[in-house]
Design a protein around this ligand. Structure first.
Ligand SMILES: NC(=O)c1ccc[n+]([C@@H]2O[C@H](COP(=O)([O-])OP(=O)(O)OC[C@H]3O[C@@H](n4cnc5c(N)ncnc54)[C@H](OP(=O)(O)O)[C@@H]3O)[C@@H](O)[C@H]2O)c1
Length: 254
């Protein structure tokens, strides 16, 4: 459905889960793909193989770095600049966070979560925008915790709220320069990330109970939304959060 031949995309956290799914779809659609990761080299190698396969042999850029660190972002973009000289799509997808009740959250937990999930979009977009040369898309991947509340999700939910607000403010600054900044948000998706939730089973069960569509959102569903937000079909969509949740967020559990 999408033809992104000749386009260049950088996906943070692009070696596992939703980010990898976006990377593979982008490669299939003909884009040149750069994926970032932090620690897991074997997942990065597997991602490389999957992207190579999807693209028919086009080598992806594998960029190791912490998106919470300015110097790592600087290094990754200098490699993108050297190798590609331009960029069309930035997908700010990498996330982490401390999953604890609010009474157990320390300042360090808060800062860690905010830096990776919200702050990173600032330096990422600051480096990406000059490479986009007046025509680009920035998509931040968010979650329903930005607008709804869940057990153990105070820090991550707050970081996603900040992220979506930042998306709106970046939009105001860059829409007139040909850059669309939007978010794609999702309800529970059963990736590795979910294994870290102390209440994983309950989250899945409750989602299925209340969700009108009665099935979990998949990484493919989220990746499809990201593809759409990078396409010409959404050229006048600016500053919004596109929610992929099987209708969950319109329901009132009780
Ligand atoms: N899973 C869900 O239920 C769900 C629901 C809604 C929204 N989301 C959002 O979707 C996005 C992807 O989630 P996911 O579930 O696909 O995650 P995941 O499977 O846990 O994958 C996380 C990816 O991010 C990378 N990463 C983590 N911290 C990083 C950092 N500080 N710097 C650079 N890379 C880092 C990981 O690299 P390593 O492999 O090296 O660790 C990995 O590639 C996140 O923004 C998340 O909030 C997820």
């Amino acid at each position: 459905m999408f033809d992104f031949a000749g386009k260049k995309v950088f996906i943070t956290g692009g070696t596992r889960g939703i980010g990898l799914c976006v990377a593979v779809k982008m490669a299939k659609a003909g884009a040149d793909v750069a994926v970032n990761y932090l620690r897991n080299r074997s997942a990065a190698d597997e991602a490389r193989a999957a992207i190579l396969d999807a693209s028919g042999g086009k080598e992806p850029l594998l960029l190791k770095g912490n998106v919470a660190k300015d110097e790592d972002i600087q290094k990754m973009f200098s490699e993108i600049g050297d190798k590609w000289g331009g960029l069309n799509f930035l997908i700010s997808n990498a996330a982490s966070g401390v999953l604890k009740p609010s009474r157990e959250l320390t300042h360090h937990h808060w800062q860690w979560t905010m830096d990776i999930n919200a702050y990173a979009l600032l330096p990422l977009s600051r480096h990406a925008i000059p490479l986009m040369k007046g025509n680009g898309r920035i998509i931040a991947v968010s979650s329903l915790g930005s607008i709804r509340a869940f057990q153990n999700y105070a820090a991550v939910g707050a970081s996603k709220g900040a992220l979506e607000s930042l998306v709106r403010h970046l939009c105001v600054e860059y829409a007139s320069q040909g850059i669309n900044v939007n978010a794609v948000s999702a309800s529970v998706v059963d990736t590795d990330a979910l294994k870290h939730f102390p209440n994983r089973e309950a989250m899945i069960e409750e989602s299925l109970q209340w969700m009108p569509a009665k099935k979990l959102v998949t990484p493919e569903n989220v990746a499809d939304a990201v593809m759409l937000m990078c396409s010409e079909y959404t050229s006048m969509v600016h500053g919004h959060t596109f929610i992929v949740d099987g209708g969950l967020s319109i329901m009132l559990p009780g």
